[in-house]
Design a protein around this ligand. Structure first.
Ligand code: ATP
Ligand code: MG
Length: 422
């Protein structure tokens, strides 16, 4: 893709009111645009990142038997009354439709998914069932802040599982929990599985926390076995010995990127959802729910992967693998040859399936192009210039390394392929 054809460009100056690193870099880089506090447009580059995150999450949820659905965000009042949550969820966005009918914009979907699955599942033979969606959620957060970390409209993956017994729920809960660790790793995040309050039904739920200085949460983590607990329920403090292994407990700020929760039979009971058991009696239905903040993940990745010049996208979620930069020249003939060579390279890479963004702007200085390439944070920068042409080569610089080197034009595709396969 040619940078000149991208309508959403980088800004020279950082936004004055950005309250976090991810807001500053994502807005300055033209990845997102803020409409209002906690409400964002995903621009072409940002949407590519969000879609890659979604693809990874889909693959991992499919791998644990999740079936993707898409439920409505506009939910009538009825089911919220059934669960007695119409008045108890303080962040519920409520609205009145035609005929004075009341609705809420979904902040979570137990009220939709439980009667939905109930309509199809009648017997123990139909269980377990696991359904997930990736959808925008709405929460009237008192303080929407920190860019994509706490939005009023934000993208979430929410999965719900239904089981015939607590034992079956327990086993599935562990399976999903293990998968989560892998999922976050694929995006370059080391998410710590942290014990959190479990509500009335189970001792703990688990949160997946990414340690960063900008996180809203505070967790305690063992430096040896990585056992971790959220401060909200913690009976430990900084410097304590770990009860599990004797290691040392450290306090750290963190961002909750996901959580898993045993709902027990609470929602199934509310809707009178039972299944016929083998012996002919009706049995309770046990539920688990499993959330991941998709847009919050994108913000978290930036919080972890940046330096003072910009974002450093992990390869798996980078909007483009390569930022190709062609440099101008005062000599029109040289400029023409450089541009032609960059165009050929762009086409060759694109044809081979390499995602490449070509900074083809004319009349923009090398310094400005390099600063933008650093801000945008593609894993690999390639430069074509008069100097590299003379050596039948291309300058190769990885975003995460300070050094650059020349690679012969003939070897470039193979080098990129092995770089991306790493
Ligand atoms: P938090 O404790 O951060 O308020 P939560 O425990 O209320 O989140 P859930 O309702 O379980 O979160 O939502 C699942 C996931 O959605 C969370 O783990 C988080 O990653 C993400 N999330 C929750 N609220 C927001 C928000 N306002 N903006 C962006 N992501 C969010
Ligand atoms: Mg939470």
């Amino acid at each position: 893709m040619r940078y000149s054809s991208l309508f959403a460009k980088t800004n020279k100056a950082a936004p004055a009111d950005a309250d976090s690193t991810n807001a500053r870099l994502l807005i300055q880089g033209g990845f997102v645009d803020q409409l209002s506090a906690g409400i964002y447009t995903f621009l072409p580059l940002g949407l590519r990142v969000l879609n890659k995150i979604k693809t990874i999450v889909r693959e991992e949820m499919d791998a644990v038997g999740g079936q993707e659905v898409l439920m409505p965000a506009l939910i009538p009042k009825g089911p919220w009354e059934t669960t007695k949550r119409w008045d108890s969820i303080d962040v519920l966005f409520k609205l009145v439709g035609a005929g004075e009918k009341e609705f809420a914009l979904g902040p979570t979907h137990e009220e939709v998914v439980t009667p939905l699955v109930q309509a199809f599942v009648k017997s123990y033979k139909d269980l377990p069932v696991s359904a997930y969606q990736i959808q925008d959620k709405f929460r009237n957060e008192a303080r929407a802040k920190s860019g994509l970390l706490r939005g009023r409209e934000f993208s979430m993956k929410d999965m719900y599982s239904f089981h015939v017994s607590l034992e079956d729920l327990d086993a599935y809960y562990d399976t999903v929990g293990e998968r989560y660790a892998k999922l976050f790793q694929r995006m370059g995040l080391d998410a710590i599985k942290t014990e959190a309050s479990g509500g009335v039904f189970s001792k703990y739920s688990h949160e997946y926390q990414v340690a960063t200085p900008y996180g809203e949460d505070l967790i305690y983590v063992c430096d040896k076995c990585r056992w971790s607990v959220n401060r909200e329920i913690a009976e430990v403090k900084d410097g304590d010995a770990c009860a599990k292994c004797g290691g040392k407990i450290h306090e750290t700020k963190s961002i909750e990127v996901g959580n898993i929760f045993k709902l027990s039979t609470r929602f199934a009971d509310d809707f009178g959802f039972t299944v016929a058991l083998e012996d002919g009696t009706q049995g309770k239905v046990w539920m688990g729910c499993y959330g991941i903040g998709m847009s919050r993940l994108m913000g978290s990745i930036v919080e972890v992967w940046h330096d003072d010049r910009g974002i450093i996208w992990p390869k798996s979620v980078a909007p483009f693998a390569v930022c190709l930069v062609s440099l101008g020249s005062k000599d029109a003939d040289v400029a023409g040859r450089v541009s032609q060579s960059a165009s050929d390279l762009h086409d060759e890479l694109a044809k081979a399936g390499v995602e490449v963004l070509w900074d083809d702007r004319v009349g923009v200085s090398a310094g400005e192009k390099f600063a933008d390439a650093d801000l945008l944070g593609m894993p690999l920068r390639l430069v074509v210039s008069e100097k590299t042409l003379a050596q039948e080569s291309v300058e190769w610089k990885e975003r995460s390394c300070p050094d650059s080197r020349l690679i012969s034009q003939a070897d470039i595709l193979e080098s990129i392929q092995s770089f991306l396969a790493l």
